[in-house]
Design a protein around this ligand. Structure first.
Ligand SMILES: [Zn+2]
Ligand SMILES: [Zn+2]
Length: 289
């Protein structure tokens, strides 16, 4: 089966990364477990195709409105619930902070203070996750991570079913043409380094101009910069002096990318560097304090 080979390749890459960056060992081991749980559950996933109305496509083409809202993605609730429980189980063995958060969440679930079913059936609503985190003193990044990874197989399957209707070359905007979310990575591919942004929510990749800030639209070359760690030109941080935000760029001409999220995770030292330089990452990552 295809997913088995892709999981094998992922594991190989994780092994390589563990050797190259021993400090990431624990976090990479956790990531591998998350992926294994997601792959394991995929065969039982049931997702209906998303009906796309012609008017929506016209609006995207003419006005640049995203095709969908996050809550329009169909979710397999049972799969998401099962996955959430598995992620909590392995989260307890991740970092002490994650373990502590998971224990709090489990307690709240047990006492029926929060309802996962409600969170999942209402679709993915960011405000609601924020409210729940606020109300019960949870780390929003961790809660969001657990929820997002629980629904990821559903979202990816939904996107897969849409793919034939989408043209990655049509959008030039900084936000995802499918769901309107912000990108979390920038990829350079092919001859001349065509630039693609990667959606932080649905994983869609769309092509954009090479020189502009995806977050504020700034096109002034003088205020757009980048830096990278010594000897690591493959991973670059693109910075904007106008909004003081940055996006991580991976040059996919230098490495074969098995899983972009994994490469992001294995280069958190660059995020720390960017944060020390005063730049902000608009898309949160649960592993960056
Ligand atoms: Zn998206
Ligand atoms: Zn900017």
């Amino acid at each position: 089966m295809e997913w088995e080979t892709s999981l094998e390749n992922l594991k190989k890459r994780i092994q390589q990364l563990k050797k190259k960056r021993p400090a990431y060992k624990a976090i990479l081991a956790f990531y591998q477990k998350v992926k294994e749980e997601q792959e394991k559950i995929k065969p039982s996933l049931k997702i209906e195709p998303i009906p796309l109305k012609k008017e929506w496509k016209d609006l995207l083409a003419k006005e640049g409105f995203p095709l969908l809202e996050k809550k329009d993605f169909p979710l397999d609730i049972n799969v998401s619930l099962t996955l959430f429980n598995s992620l909590c189980r392995i989260g307890k063995e991740a970092t002490p902070h994650m373990a502590e958060q998971v224990k709090k969440i489990e307690e709240l679930l047990k006492n029926k203070k929060i309802s996962l079913k409600k969170i999942f059936t209402g679709g993915f609503e960011e405000e609601r996750i924020g409210k729940v985190a606020d109300e019960f003193g949870l780390d929003e990044k961790v809660l969001r991570f657990l929820i997002q990874e629980s629904i990821r197989p559903s979202i990816e399957e939904g996107l897969e079913k849409l793919h034939s209707e989408l043209d990655p070359e049509t959008s030039l905007k900084g936000s995802c043409p499918v769901c309107g979310s912000l990108p979390y990575l920038n990829l350079l591919k092919g001859e001349g380094g065509k630039r693609f942004l990667l959606c932080s929510f649905c994983g869609y990749q769309w092509r954009v101009d090479r020189f502009f800030c995806a977050f504020c639209g700034n096109k002034e070359q003088d205020s757009l910069g980048y830096f990278h760690a010594e000897g690591e030109e493959t991973y670059r941080m693109d910075t904007c002096e106008k909004c003081h935000q940055y996006i991580k760029t991976i040059d996919a001409r230098n490495i074969e990318i098995i899983d972009p999220a994994l490469e992001d995770l294995a280069t958190l030292h660059l995020d720390l560097l960017a944060s020390r330089k005063g730049y902000i990452r608009p898309v949160p990552n649960p592993w960056i304090p």
